[in-house]
Design a protein around this ligand. Structure first.
Ligand code: SF4
Length: 341
């Protein structure tokens, strides 16, 4: 048997805040309430939130995830995901007489409104974000003739504007705060009159999770981020940990993806989760690490979050008409979607 240098009294530094944000909590609740109210199937355009476990759990309850509205039967109900949709998607849904329930996070809607307003005022709008991400597609679709997407500081050189005095930037909600600042600094070098958005577009949850990771990163040998590969804010947490001094950082969907080799020689492991990750997945990782030499868990809290969002108005009205309870705003759930397994 090969001898390893695995710890026996290692410590987990557990970042807080982590996991579900208010927008994800609401979006998952929308699908659950729609299933309770109308019964399955409930169609959902795209993944309601970018988390494999959440999507699989809701699928088992009767949600059907589709890529586009033309896959939804004419006249059926469809939920739009937390990442938001463009006006073109709404029009396509209307053309098929779909009954839509909009689970777009209110903080994404805020960015859409900024795009619409600046386009009306005829600004050139630089949308800092990742091309191809659903949120970026939705925001871009609000004003395609005015918006250019810029993904990194290096892409700033390719930006062409009509009038350098009338340029504004907005952003995707789940970016790295530091990298976005670098991109905006480069933009401002090129366009000194660049206008900032009225308030931060990178949302409170993204920022808080990055601050928490930065805080523990220098103290740990390995950082584990629970989150799916298509979750922008989870992927950013890995980058933030590495930039803040963690020697190695890994993203996993769940405990079964962890590799014991990652922890050889480690004494302290950092642990966090993206904004779409139910706490049950973090608990599984704690248990896995506990069985492999990390029995002590210390939570390190850098912020306390209390924000919640109300359900979409049309869903609230229908719940109330059916005498069904809308318990929001409520304390944030500690685990994922209701599930029996
Ligand atoms: S990460 Fe931020 S913008 Fe995205 S759903 Fe959560 S609160 Fe809303």
């Amino acid at each position: 048997m090969t001898e390893t240098s695995a710890a026996t009294d290692g410590t987990i530094l557990l970042a807080a805040p982590r996991g579900y944000c208010a927008g994800v909590d609401r979006a998952v609740d929308v699908v659950e309430k729609a299933l309770d109210l109308y019964g399955p199937p409930v169609y959902v355009r795209k993944e309601i939130v970018h988390n494999k476990y959440v999507v699989e759990s809701l699928s088992r309850r009767g949600a059907i995830f589709v890529n586009e509205t033309d896959e939804v039967p004419e006249g059926a109900r469809v939920v739009f995901s937390a990442h938001g949709v463009s006006p073109q998607v709404r029009e396509a849904a209307d053309a098929r007489n779909l009954l839509s329930i909009d689970a777009t996070c209110p903080l994404v809607t805020k960015v859409h409104r900024e795009a619409v307003r600046f386009a009306k005022e005829d600004y050139d709008i630089i949308l800092v974000g990742h091309e191809g991400h659903e949120e970026v597609e939705g925001t871009y679709g609000e004003a395609p003739s005015h918006i250019q997407v810029v993904g990194s500081p290096d892409e700033v050189d390719n930006v062409v504007v009509r009038d350098p005095e009338r340029v504004v930037w907005i952003s995707q909600t789940t970016l790295s705060v530091d990298e976005t600042k670098m991109t905006v600094d480069r933009l401002r070098e090129r366009f000194p009159a660049l206008i900032d958005p009225p308030s931060d577009d990178i949302c409170y949850a993204t920022q808080n999770r990055q601050v928490a990771v930065k805080h523990i990163a220098p103290q740990v040998d390995v950082m584990v981020v629970v989150g799916s590969a298509n979750s922008s804010n989870s992927v950013r947490l890995v980058e933030v940990a590495l930039e803040a001094g963690t020697p190695s950082a890994y993203r996993v969907d769940m405990a079964s993806e962890l590799d014991p080799a990652w922890f050889e020689g480690a004494r302290t492991v950092g642990l966090t989760s993206g904004a779409s990750v139910p706490e049950i997945l973090v608990k599984d990782v704690i248990e896995w690490l506990g069985e492999r030499g990390f029995p002590t868990v210390e939570e390190v809290r850098t912020e306390t979050e209390t924000i919640t969002f109300a359900l979409p108005r049309n869903l609230r009205s229908e719940l109330s008409a059916q005498g069904m309870e809308d318990a929001r705003p409520h304390a944030r759930r500690k685990s994922g979607p209701n599930h029996t397994s």
